[in-house]
Design a protein. Structure first.
Lengths: 391, 464
């Protein structure tokens, strides 16, 4: 039997949250639970006995709140559960605190633990889900790839707060962390489909990264990055708030022989330094072409729905049991008053199936070039079907 | 937004859908080639070894083995780049159950982590890190295909999907071939069974005839006896008639002397005084008529016996149940008429059913013989009736004999079940009746009260 259920709570105490969730889950037991919510709610989970309703958990904080098929909960006071009951599937989650800067070790430990807990320490999962603090994503993806190879899709989102003040949290079903990697592995008994893309389009402004260091973009075409970026925007950058840059991220061009059109992985400028460098939310590689990207509010609002339709189209008989959608927190902050529109689109696209939308600071997914990538301002959609051809 | 950008987005979406469709294209190509491999192979082993080449076009791998799985060991069927693998080893399906966990296809990213099999496979394939385990279950056998790769985690969900669906197709195709073979084998068995049944039927018929022989002999003996007697008598009459005719001829002959004519007249008077010629003429008619009747009786019995003892053919024809009953009664009449009263209440019209007349006659004969044998007292009655009910014709044969014990009713149609003394019954009679009725889409109902009666009612679907 395969079933997906969501539950939510807007309560303020752990006891009330537990009461709300219990009521909605009606005593059912699940194999896996995803919990996402405002960091103030996630902080309460230490006193909520979630382990009694599901064997494996992954969770973390989401910018402002969450959305499920039951409504839009973005008042900084909500959390929601996405529960999977799958009698014939296998699920496991593991976590490890990042000690110092050793992201690689934490990732390996979390992944090994997740595989063990799924009872499949040798088998390539159908899907990997990761949750980590912002800034660690590339290293996390790299480690997962080293262990499981490049063919398993890795999806996830970095834990978020409301204003990039570092209040993000991760949850593994047992404890709450501020600086941990939490990984879940999925071996579902039903088919899944997934799609990772953005709602942005390239402009004519392009340049080559001539100097960079990780997420620090120093020069474009041998000129200070801030100078070039300001010129492309045709205005002077006056503040460091990402709302100002949300509609104008930088896109790193991905070259792939199988693609008929260029694919862009987005980096969101977050800090502009006096030395002319720009701090980004994703790494850029020296020698790569960068492009100024743009979007419109209407496009950001409609994109999630069309992506869900697209993802659904490749499921057997297009039947959906439920879906997890990761939506960029920065995009949310730009269009939060109109999220009801996004909610309706997704609800319609999934035909009323349960879903959870989380808002993260950095999204991971299996891009169209069949590579696991980390990007900003991206949308990641994972849908669970109702049947699997393998069984 | 410029329309070119909308188109770009659409192209990306289509690229995503195309990738999914390409998976199906790859799969379809594999299926096509797999089908060719199956159709061009004579044995399962040959089929699988051809698959290595076919699979390489759908999934990249460095080496492969195909094993036949038993519970505790495997046997190598085909291999590619696997020189260290043994032909047999103590690794079987029981140690693989947990690894597969209900799935048919499992991608293993690190062989050393696979419990049970991992260590051995790593020894036999020292350069191999990852593998795809694919279970193949046909109706009668279980196989395991292992594809190996020197790369870390070379196989992922899409390889699992492609191989899973490909092998599922292969297994179902092989199962179809196996089914076809089983069908052919079962047809052959069925034909054999039919031949045995036919032979049994014939044996049973002959056994029935054996039991009937005395009665039939008596029945034939009577008419033959009075036929002989009549003919003998008629021979005597004929000599008198000849003498009379001769004397009349002499009297009428003008060439004869008066003396001869006087003697003929004298002889005639003597003959008339000695013999009652009027009676002889009248009795001759009776003799001839009786002889004809006796000859007809003999002919009918012989015809019935011939019809009954003739080997069955597959010919299905219209059979009138009443006619078949009458024919059976003729055969058995010698058994019946001196020991019991026959009460016939047959349907006034014809009762046509489709079937084999010999077999239907066999059913009637067996049940009538059983009825006769069940009557051990001197006021026996055999009641034979027939009729119509809904879309069925029925024939009931009832005797007032010993009846059947309730515990025997359910076993009556079992082969070799008999309550008769050893040597007196084969135990196949009613079993064959049951089988014949089933072949005629009919049925037999039995009602009995020990010490009072037994009634066998046979139901046949009406023809047309």
């Amino acid at each position: 039997m395969f079933e997906i259920k969501t539950a939510h709570s807007k309560a303020s105490t752990a006891a009330e949250i537990w009461q709300d969730l219990q009521q909605q889950l009606a005593g059912q037991h699940f194999q896996f639970g995803l919990v996402m919510g405002h960091h103030s709610c996630i902080a309460q989970l230490a006193d909520v006995p979630l382990a009694s309703v599901a064997d494996q958990w992954l969770g973390g904080s989401s910018c402002l709140g969450v959305m499920t098929e039951q409504g839009v909960f973005l008042q900084q006071d909500s959390l929601a559960l996405f529960m999977i009951r799958d009698d014939d599937g296998h699920y496991g989650s593991g976590s490890a605190v990042i000690e110092g800067v050793n992201i690689a070790k934490a990732t390996r430990d979390a992944l090994t633990s997740a595989l063990q807990r799924a009872g499949r320490p040798f088998q390539v999962p159908e899907l990997v889900w990761c949750m980590q603090p912002p800034g660690t994503e590339e290293a996390v993806l790299k480690q997962i790839e080293q262990v499981l190879g490049k063919k398993v899709p890795v999806y996830g989102g970095s834990s978020a707060d409301d204003d990039v003040s570092g209040q993000w949290l991760q949850y593994d079903g047992r404890a709450i962390h501020q600086q941990a990697v939490v990984i879940a592995v999925f071996y579902p008994s039903v088919a899944i489909s997934h799609f990772f893309h953005s709602g942005y389009i390239p402009t004519e402004h392009k340049g080559i990264v001539t100097k960079s260091q990780g997420r620090l973009l120093q020069e474009i075409d041998h000129q200070p990055a801030v100078e070039v970026y300001s010129r492309w925007l045709n205005r002077k950058i006056t503040s460091n708030y990402m709302q100002q840059t949300t509609l104008h991220p930088l896109g790193s061009v991905i070259e792939h022989s199988q693609l008929d059109v260029p694919l862009y992985m987005l980096s969101l400028p977050t800090n502009f330094h006096p030395d002319g460098s720009i701090e980004l939310f994703a790494e850029v590689e020296q020698g790569k072409q960068l492009c100024l990207m743009t979007s419109e509010v209407s496009r950001l609002l409609s994109r999630t729905g069309t992506m869900c339709e697209c993802t659904r189209s490749v499921l057997p008989a297009q039947r959906v049991s439920g879906g997890i959608i990761v939506f960029c927190g920065a995009c949310l902050l730009s269009i939060k008053d109109q999220m009801g529109f996004v909610h309706n689109n997704v609800k319609q696209a999934l035909g009323g199936a349960p879903f959870l939308i989380a808002f993260t600071f950095g999204e991971q997914g299996y891009a169209v070039d069949q590579t696991n990538r980390h990007g900003n301002l991206m949308y990641a959609t994972v849908l669970f079907g109702e049947a699997d051809a393998q069984y | 937004m410029p329309s070119i950008e909308n188109l770009r987005e659409k192209v990306l979406e289509l690229t995503f859908e195309r990738d999914s469709a390409l998976l199906h294209v790859r799969l379809n190509q594999l299926l096509q080639k797999g089908l060719d491999a199956i159709l061009s192979s004579d044995t399962l082993e040959d089929t699988f070894s051809k698959f290595f080449g076919v699979m390489a076009e759908g999934v990249q791998f460095d080496c492969a083995v195909l094993l036949r799985l038993e519970e505790t060991h495997f046997t190598m069927l085909a291999k590619q780049n696997a020189p260290l693998w043994p032909d047999q080893a103590e690794l079987g399906s029981c140690t693989l159950v947990n690894a597969l966990s209900g799935r048919h296809s499992v991608a293993v990213f690190n062989l050393m982590l696979l419990p049970g099999w991992g260590e051995s496979v790593s020894q036999w394939w020292p350069q191999i890190h990852s593998a795809l385990f694919q279970c193949i279950q046909t109706r009668e056998q279980q196989f395991l295909l292992i594809l190996g790769s020197g790369s870390v985690a070379a196989f992922g969900p899409s390889e699992e999907k492609i191989m899973g669906q490909f092998i599922s197709f292969v297994a179902s195709t092989i199962a179809s071939v196996e089914n076809k073979k089983l069908y052919i084998a079962s047809q052959s068995l069925k034909e054999r069974q039919q031949r045995i049944e036919q032979s049994l039927l014939q044996s049973e018929k002959m056994a029935s005839l054996g039991q009937l022989a005395a009665g039939v002999a008596h029945e034939l003996n009577n008419p033959i006896g009075f036929l002989l007697s009549n003919i003998h008598m008629f021979q005597t009459y004929l000599s008198i008639f000849k003498a009379l005719l001769n004397n009349y001829r002499l009297l009428e002959d003008v060439t004869q002397s008066e003396t001869v004519k006087q003697q003929a007249k004298k002889d005639l008077e003597l003959l008339y005084q000695k013999e009652d010629v009027a009676f002889l003429l009248e009795d001759s008619d009776i003799l001839i008529s009786d002889s004809l009747e006796g000859a007809i009786r003999v002919r009918d019995i012989v015809q019935s016996l011939r019809r009954f003892s003739h080997p069955d053919t597959d010919q299905i024809e219209l059979v009138d149940l009443n006619e078949s009953i009458e024919s059976t009664i003729k055969i058995i009449s010698g058994e019946l008429k001196h020991s019991l009263h026959l009460n016939k209440q047959l349907y006034s019209g014809s009762l046509y059913v489709m079937g084999k007349s010999n077999q239907i006659g066999q059913v009637f004969l067996n049940i009538m013989m059983n009825a006769r044998q069940a009557i051990t007292h001197d006021h026996g009655e055999l009641k034979i009736s027939s009729g119509l009910q809904d879309n069925e014709a029925w024939v009931a044969i009832e005797d007032n004999g010993t009846g059947i014990e309730p515990q025997h009713i359910n076993r009556l149609f079992e082969p070799f079940f008999t309550t008769k003394d050893v040597g007196k019954g084969t135990g196949l009679g009613l079993s064959l009746c049951h089988s014949i009725m089933l072949q005629h889409s009919g049925r037999i109902e039995v009602l009995s009260e020990p010490g009072l009666f037994s009634r066998f009612t046979l139901y046949f679907p009406l023809a047309g």
